[in-house]
Structures are given as C-alpha cells and as structure tokens.
Write a protein that binds this ligand. Structure first.
Ligand code: SF4
Ligand code: SF4
Length: 441
C-alpha cells in the first residue's frame, strides 16, 4: 500500500497550482530533506499567492507539514518577497507560533524569475538543480502556496474545486477572486465590471509566461489559472506572444547582432546551465538543428527574460528555443549532462529587478496590487478533463446526472499518470463533449 498522505493528495486531484500542473501526488512521493513553499509570486501583476499567505497561512502550513511528513523532510521553508509586507508578517508570526522548530521564513529579493523553481532552490539552499533535472535531485520538493493550501484540504477529504486568481489590466475592478474550476472567463470578466476597452485580448497567467487565449468565449478557469490579464490587442505583451513563428524566424535571421546580452542575463545560464541563447540564434538562422549546440534549447525554461528584457533588437530567443525544443522532443532527442554546473560570479548583479521589468513591459499602470473580493459563483461551469501534465481524466458521469460540489467526475486512467477531476458546483451534468463536462447549477 502506498503512503496514505500521498493517496489523499491523489484522491483530491491536487496539481501544481503555480505552473504546468504536475500532479502533486507524483511530486510528494519522494524522499527529500527540505520542502520549499514557493510564494515568490514572481510574475508581475499576479497577487493571489500573497493573499493566501496573508489570510490562509495556518491552512497552508498544515499542507506544508503533510508534505514534509510524507517526504520525510526535516525542514520546511516558506519563501516570499519582502515587498508583500502583510503576507511576510503573517508568515513570520506563524513560524514563531509553530512549536516544531522545523519551519523557516525566507525573504526573497524582488527580481524575476525568483519563482522559477531551479532559481529558487539556488537562492534559498545554494544548491544547483542539474540540467534537465528536478529539485528532488538535490533533496528538495518545491510547490506553490496554493498547492499546499489544497493539500491541507485534501487531508480533510476535500478535493480541489476552486481556484484563487488575479484579474488585472484594462478591467473596471481589478481583483483577486476565488472561482469554481470551469468558470467561463467571460463570467469572471463581467464580475470584475468588464473590460474598459472594446477591443482586447486576454492573457491566461502572467505577462511573462502566460498564454494569450485564442478564444475568450470558450476559455474557462482551470486548476492552473493564476491570473487573467485584459490588454489591448497591440500591447507589447500580447503582440510578442501571438507573433507568427515564420516572422520570428525572419527577424532572427535578419537582425540578431550576436551581442550576447540574452545569454548574459539568462537565469538558467546564470546558475551554470549550459544554455547560450545567442548561439541558439545562430543555430536557428542556419537551420543546424541536428548540431550538439541545438540541444541546449532543451534547457530553456521559457521565462522570457531574453525576449522581453534583454534583447535590444526585438528578437525572441525564447520563441526560437521553444521551436527548436519542440522539434528535438518530437525526434526523441535527449540532453546528456556533462560536468557539474557552477553559478556565474555575476549572477547577483544580473538579476532583473521586477520594477524595471514592469517598466519595460509597459504595464506600470496595471500594477495596482488588487485585494481579495470574495468568491464568485457562476450558473454554469465547463470543466476540462485535461488540466494537468499526464493523461486526461476519464469521465465517470453522464448527461442528466445530478452531482454535488466535490463529487468525482473524472478518474485517472488505469496505470497512467494524471489527476482526478471533481464537480466544482452542485447541479446537473448538461453534457460531456470533447473532453469537457458542463454542469448547470
Ligand atoms: S540579445 Fe538579441 S541581438 Fe543580442 S544575441 Fe541575443 S537575440 Fe541576438
Ligand atoms: S527564455 Fe531566454 S532567458 Fe529564459 S531560460 Fe530561456 S533562453 Fe534563458
């Protein structure tokens, strides 16, 4: 029989709330010495992590302790930026109250990407995660603060049904709100008073790593939706995300001047990983995708520093790396690490301050630190069976069936890696179509 804590996490359908959605029971099924709570909230404009730290600290710490117990970790470190003063105070007080002596608070500097888990592990523990490796390879598990909040609920038998998210940008009432999984994005925007402009695009996530929603009318809140940013279609943040890949190649070929600034500021290069975006620009321009150099693209986290901050010529090494990476992965190419990475001596001075990044992105006017307004309840939810890394869940309900909030509606396929999916409102299953379960209250 497996670990009972890991099993409860699996049953509750907990996935990493801060990133790509790795099922948390997979991450928690390891033995490490330290568990890190990633409360860096490093993407500009997003504010739900500080809210959870401030208002739900005791619940979050219960989740942290559950993961420490199942991983046998002796230490739990809660990491956040000092600029979130109220959250920092709540964390420090909770750590002082705790009698176990196993918890610490760690104040992060305000730079991007402080929340990249490999950067975080280096900042807090001074350990370098191997190239293409995971924090557990250096004795650590890292998860976002909302994930630990969800783990605590899982210990009480409560599955993941809701998500905290930030609504910001050209919207009447920027806010942090709690919404059921599957809430239509248009409903959330209406709840926030609606966009202040008639033509707009919506970014799901932060301005650096978020994705522009192809069709806002079809999009819903998922377990990994950390924010919704409403921006003009020609805004710098949107334009770079929707650029035609062929145009990216054209720009790379014609204007990369090989100044190496992208490599100098690359956070992965700065922790010693063998990633040189400037050299990858040459590889891409010459279409030398079978060269050894091309494999370096596999080390890119797609953080966007090179594209949105470093490059003076408007070239996008991030997109180029993403294109090379896709081709290499389709061809089954693997990275073979050689040597032990060593962090750059220039690393501290080359970290990018968030305030400068916000200016460069032209989003100063949206940096309003909105507060939590409460819970929103829609009349209908459309819940995707795939919201996580791994196999999509298998539907276990049918149209016409009545469900209660928290009932299981999607099960992990036999012997597959995946995450369970639960009803996020009580009501009747209206349809099961194309991997989406629609429930009407
Ligand atoms: S910073 Fe821009 S111009 Fe300079 S090497 Fe990198 S991609 Fe080329
Ligand atoms: S997106 Fe650019 S800066 Fe970020 S890891 Fe990749 S190459 Fe480095």
């Amino acid at each position: 029989m497996g670990n009972p804590i890991v099993d409860k996490i699996r049953q509750a359908g907990v996935v990493g709330a801060g990133g790509a959605g790795l099922p948390t029971h997979v991450k928690a099924d390891a033995k490490v010495d330290t568990v890190l709570v990633n409360g860096a909230s490093c993407e500009p404009l997003l504010n739900s992590d500080p809210h959870i730290m401030e208002q739900e600290i005791d619940t979050m710490i219960r989740g942290l302790k559950a993961v420490m117990e199942c991983t046998e970790a002796k230490k739990g470190i809660i990491c956040l930026k000092g600029k979130h003063a109220k959250a920092m105070k709540a964390v420090r007080e909770a750590v002082a109250r705790d009698a176990s002596g196993t918890l610490e608070a760690f104040e992060l500097k305000d730079f991007y990407p402080a929340g990249d888990e490999q950067v975080l592990v280096y900042e807090v523990l001074g350990r370098i995660v191997p190239e293409r490796g995971l924090p557990l390879h250096v004795g650590a598990v890292v998860s976002n603060s909302e994930t630990f909040f969800n783990v605590a609920n899982a210990m009480d038998g409560k599955p993941v049904t809701h998500r905290y998210l930030t609504v910001a940008g050209k919207i009447r009432q920027p806010m942090v709100v709690k919404a059921p999984i599957g809430t239509p994005v248009t409903d959330i925007l209406a709840f926030a008073g609606g966009p202040t402009i008639s033509e707009f695009r919506v970014v799901d996530g932060g301005p650096m790593m978020g994705k522009v929603l192809p069709d806002v009318n079809k999009a819903v809140v998922t377990k990994t939706t950390s924010g919704l940013l409403v921006l003009p279609p020609d805004h710098n943040v949107v334009a770079r995300k929707v650029m035609d890949p062929a145009r990216v190649r054209q720009i790379t070929n014609s204007i990369c001047c090989q100044c190496s600034r992208c490599t100098d500021l690359c956070p992965r290069n700065l922790i010693g990983h063998k990633l040189h975006p400037n050299k990858l620009m040459r590889v891409f321009a010459n279409q030398e995708l079978e060269s050894e150099q091309a494999k370096e693209a596999l080390l890119c986290s797609e953080c966007g520093i090179c594209e949105k901050f470093a490059c003076p010529m408007g070239v996008s090494p991030r997109e180029v790396n993403a294109q090379i990476k896709r081709i290499l992965m389709q061809n089954g190419v693997k990275w073979v690490a050689t040597g032990t990475p060593e962090a750059s001596a220039f690393r501290e001075e080359r970290r990018v301050p968030t305030s400068r990044l916000i200016q460069r992105l032209d989003i100063v006017e949206f940096d309003t630190h909105p507060s939590y307004v409460g819970e929103f309840t829609p009349g209908t939810v459309r819940i995707p069976l795939r919201q996580h890394i791994g196999a999509p869940a298998q539907c276990v309900v049918s149209a016409g069936q009545r469900v209660q909030c928290g009932d299981l509606i999607g099960e992990i396929p036999d012997k597959a890696m995946g995450a369970r999916v639960h009803a996020s409102i009580s009501g009747v299953v209206e349809s099961v179509d194309n991997g989406i379960i629609t429930i009407k209250a």
